[in-house]
Design a protein around this ligand. Structure first.
Ligand SMILES: NC(=O)c1ccc[n+]([C@@H]2O[C@H](COP(=O)([O-])OP(=O)(O)OC[C@H]3O[C@@H](n4cnc5c(N)ncnc54)[C@H](OP(=O)(O)O)[C@@H]3O)[C@@H](O)[C@H]2O)c1
Length: 304
């Protein structure tokens, strides 16, 4: 199949890179073209216009919010902007709402285009390590058609059913991500203030039953204070807001998500926007009167 790719940001770059390196015939488009150019050395082609991707069989989309997805797909210069020209299948990977996803499916169906909702778990480093996972919903036949290409990007793709079900799975996942990160920040600061070095504390936690792939790969940031962004506080706030909206829609209280959302908002209000969301640690240290300095101890991120 001829593949198209929309959105070469942190995630899109690493995902499209795996497709191109895997030998797929892929043409990419990014609003800021320069970010896509390094992919040419891996065999990807670059499209000048989104509408050029309408000639592809399958188009992946990985941008930021639902408004951005709508713009790149259905906007005046979007994927569908040339009348009578459209791909057969869109695999939409951005983290967006159930409602946005349903609107997109309807919009694409109006042009005879199938859609697979396929958000992901993992950051760019996780993608490079070959540990990303997709969660997918939509027509099973669309999943089967996309699977060989998703497998080039990630070893795991779970099919959870029809419609937009994958979106709620991803929203729940990121609510958990926010809450767990805040909790890890709180207990790390508590342990440090009581006298335990962060690397020693996290070494134990990572080996305990509470340790996880996630706690391990955030350990270098927590120990050595490298907050180079993997996922921005604003994107995390978007996902916590999506979780709280879903909680209201389904009448499910989400007290921990609610508190975490406001703590992420505080971080954004204090200007912590250009660094990683793991800066929740720094915010909590400030709230606790703890001075953080890098421990400069080599620690594994568990990703190999
Ligand atoms: N980072 C993570 O760890 C992670 C993990 C799982 C899921 N996600 C989700 O994946 C999505 C992408 O995240 P990311 O971290 O890759 O974000 P990012 O680095 O900020 O990249 C965003 C991408 O979207 C493009 N874009 C945004 N608005 C656009 C618009 N209106 N028109 C055209 N292009 C637009 C950007 O183009 P420019 O380059 O021109 O700005 C860029 O290619 C988000 O929905 C996020 O929640 C992220």
């Amino acid at each position: 199949m001829k593949l198209g790719w929309i959105g070469i940001g942190r995630m899109g770059y690493a995902m499209a890179e795996r497709l191109a390196k895997g030998g797929a015939d892929v043409t990419v488009w990014n609003r800021t073209r320069a970010k896509a150019e390094p992919l040419v050395k891996h065999g990807a082609k670059i499209a000048d216009r989104l509408a050029d991707l309408a000639a592809c069989d399958l188009v992946f989309c990985m941008v930021s919010t639902w408004d951005d997805v709508r713009e790149v797909i259905a906007g005046p210069a979007g994927l569908l902007s040339s009348p009578g020209k459209q791909p057969k299948l869109v695999v939409e990977c951005s983290s967006i709402s159930l409602e946005g996803s349903a609107e997109l499916r309807e919009l694409l169906a109006g042009r005879g285009v199938d859609m697979l909702a396929a958000p992901v778990s993992g950051n760019a480093k996780v993608i490079k390590a070959g540990r990303l996972s997709f969660v997918c919903s939509g027509p099973k036949a669309a999943y089967d058609r996309a699977l060989p290409y998703m497998t080039l990007i990630a070893p795991s793709a779970s099919y959870v059913g029809e419609g937009e079900l994958a979106r709620i799975v991803k929203i729940c996942h990121n609510v958990f991500l926010g809450v767990v990160t805040q909790s890890l920040a709180e207990i790390t600061v508590l342990a440090q203030k009581a006298g335990v070095p962060r690397h020693a504390f996290l070494d134990f936690m990572n080996q305990s039953v509470m340790g996880s792939t996630f706690s391990r790969y955030k350990t270098p940031a927590f120990v050595n204070l490298d907050f180079k962004v993997t996922f921005t506080p604003k994107l995390l706030r978007k996902d916590l807001d999506l979780g709280l909206d879903a909680g209201r829609r389904y009448d499910v209280p989400l007290p921990l998500a609610s508190i975490t959302r406001d703590l992420v908002q505080s971080m954004i209000g204090r200007g912590m926007t250009e660094e990683d969301f793991a800066m929740l640690l720094v915010q909590h240290a400030q709230a606790s009167g703890v001075e953080l300095t890098p421990e400069n101890v080599p620690v594994s991120d568990g990703l190999g």
